[in-house]
Design a protein around this ligand. Sequence first.
Ligand SMILES: NC(=O)C1=CN([C@@H]2O[C@H](COP(=O)(O)OP(=O)(O)OC[C@H]3O[C@@H](n4cnc5c(N)ncnc54)[C@H](O)[C@@H]3O)[C@@H](O)[C@H]2O)C=CC1
Ligand SMILES: C[N+](C)(C)CCCC(=O)O
Length: 548
Amino acid sequence: MNVLVWRSLIRYPHRCMCTVTGSSSQVCHNNLYLQITMNVLVWRSLIRSPHRCMCTVTGSSSQVCHPLNYLDGQRVDPKCTQTFDLREPATGKSLRFVASSNEEDVDMAVRSARREFKAWKKFSGFERGNVLKKAANIIRMRSEELARTEVLDTGKPIYEARMDIAGCADTVDYYGGMAAGISGEFLQLSNGNFNYTMREPLGVVGGIGAWNYPFQMATWKSSPALACGNTFVFKPSPFTPLTAVMLGEIYKEAGLPDGCYNVIQGEGETGALLGNHPDVNKMTFTGSVPTGTKVMEACAKGIKHVGLELGGKSPCIIFNDSNLDNAVSGAMMANFFTQGQVCSNGTRVFVQNSIMGPFIAKIVERTKNMKIGNPNHEDTKVGATISEEQAMKVLAYVDIAKKEGASVLCGGERVVPEASLSGGYYMSPCILVNCEDHMTVVKDEIFGSVMSVLGFDTEQEVISRANDTEFGLAAGVFTNDLKRAHRVASELEAGSLYVNNYNVYPVGVPFGGYKKSGLGRENGPEALDLFTQVKSVYVEMGDVEAPF
Ligand SMILES: NC(=O)C1=CN([C@@H]2O[C@H](COP(=O)(O)OP(=O)(O)OC[C@H]3O[C@@H](n4cnc5c(N)ncnc54)[C@H](O)[C@@H]3O)[C@@H](O)[C@H]2O)C=CC1
Ligand SMILES: C[N+](C)(C)CCCC(=O)O
């Protein structure tokens, strides 16, 4: 390695220079001594543009190397010199240092979005929809690359990442289809007078995402916003910065004018700058309740619209007349996707006492059979937790559960699936019994694969216990009694209800919470209302009858 390159690495630790191919884990390390083969070509181009990262890696890994802010239709390096370490959950290794965005970077992104808003809002809904529909098709064409990149960022198993990306393409397609129909209403008044309403965009929308569904958050937030004629600035989670930028390139290829979709990378500070920016008209946020509260406070100060997708501690209720195999599958789906890091998870599994024995026998057997391993392997069902900190938090909850009197029937331990993955944080999915409503694990959102099983006897009892939480994101009920299913669904205080299934979210189905789980809805037609404002136009057809 040439001395210039070394110098450049020292001066720009967050930029990466590599010529690696193949597996992601060895890509773009910031550490100087790592397995990066620097060749003369790279060295030459580095001299020409030292601030750029150059690599010839293939597949998902190549996404790591490029600039990760996206401004005016281009990947750019931010002005900010502060960086954060991006680690690959599967191995725990550093992928690169990513540059944060400071006040100037955030301002440039917002200004770009504001400038382009003037033109984008004048496109017809049909024209905007066409761009989104084309983008959906490009997402489908690039789905494997997107899914692999999502695995690299999140540690979730590839089968799941593929499902996520397919759903995202559908969402973008759906809002593309809806765009042409966004319209106001006409109201006939007396004497030929009338009023009409227009649904107008809000302006610049700021989005902030969490790390569990990075591409989904970028698409679920941006596509309805763009369909309505808004422009968008997105800050992904610092744990998962990669796919939101790819979405920018996809939108551009589909014909979205430069500046309509921008990405700024960064941590909480950058998010706060976006939320407090005076020229942002709406914030749409996914993450924890404490951070959501801060975003809402920032919006309150600026009288901005706000959408919040926050935490949950949802109930999944299983009556004794359910199809037991379906109920077991449902309870697993309610707990074990994405290493349990899902806001809508039904982590309080209420099982009617008369079927507790057979339910437990089946679910423990099936949970133990879940393959924990390399998230890129086809048969892996449990991948890596997002970070060491998150894994420690989840394991600590298992300890608290034991201390408070719950029993672990399986899992709840750190696992090293193979030596090469020893730096990653893999945990066996955990089932807790002898749980009681007052226990910490039954009250707190753990955000990991920890299922608490609770017994119940009567319908009224379980409804009141299920509702006894500050959250209200989702809830599930398993029963073959049709009347009971609908009765219980109507009594449960949650925004997303499942009858005889759990954690399915087909396109068009609104998703969002009651109580502290959030405000607003995503993924359905309601989102279009939430990204528009109504202008009401009164038209007088006669003379003005003034009282003075
Ligand atoms: N319910 C949900 O959807 C999620 C819940 N969580 C929970 O939150 C815990 C912490 O995870 P984090 O990723 O740190 O979640 P978080 O809620 O702190 O972060 C979510 C996003 O908000 C940004 N952010 C942080 N501070 C901000 C501020 N003051 N203003 C604006 N944006 C800000 C972050 O950079 C990230 O992009 C997890 O352990 C989990 O329990 C995490 C992710 C999603
Ligand atoms: C829609 N869903 C449940 C897959 C993800 C929503 C966001 C979250 O879990 O933080």
